[in-house]
Design a protein around this ligand. Sequence first.
Ligand SMILES: Nc1ccc2ncsc2c1
Length: 248
Amino acid sequence: MRIDVVTIFPDYLAALDLSLVGKARQRGLLDLRVHDLRDWTTDRHRTVDDTPFGGGAGMVMRPDVWGTALDDVLGGEPAAASPGRILILPTPSGEVFTQRHAEELAGAGQLVFACGRYEGIDARVAGHYRDAGLDVRELSIGDYVLNGGEVAALVMIEAVARLVPGMVGNPESLVEESHGAAGLLEYPVYTKPPEWHGRGIPEVLLSGHHARIERWRRDEALRRTAARRPDMIAGLDGTVLDKHDRAL
Ligand SMILES: Nc1ccc2ncsc2c1
């Protein structure tokens, strides 16, 4: 898989040289290229933004600079002739990125991340490549304020890269760790020492009774999910009930 990231802060993506993604690059499993958007500017100040039409605070990133950069990164081929290519625009106004997206994107031939800053990228950029037949995704990593798309690109690249065949030694470990069995949150985990700051280990985990341990783990996952993410197990009317049918 080839991944391109276009940004005005290429150093932000240096973290991708570490850990799993770094190793995959060295093993040739991942062809990751980071590009500085300013390399496609034509003025002496290397300008990438301008004031917004209609007024308002902040600056908007120019479509002409982004267009020349993306045309180059997409290899100049007509977008429609590029199956397996996806242009990703990280944006707070996008569809929320989930593991489903990671699984889908991991099957692409090339992902191109266009990281916006300021108030965002001129909306015509997404429209231009969509109308040219390219698969364009506007994706958000959540509802909070960030200063740009680079952090989001790092999150999405890690989530996708670990699913690329050959990336992770034991494919079984690709089961959704952050969400355990049946779409629940993970149960609490413990290791040595058996006592720490006067805190022991749940007795059942020392029992060697695997059926009881599995039952305890599932109960804890249910308890955690009901408390922290009722949206994951709410009933049809949005309520979550405990074992006495009391709404949590
Ligand atoms: N502020 C903000 C929040 C989410 C998000 N996702 C991709 S870029 C971005 C920016």
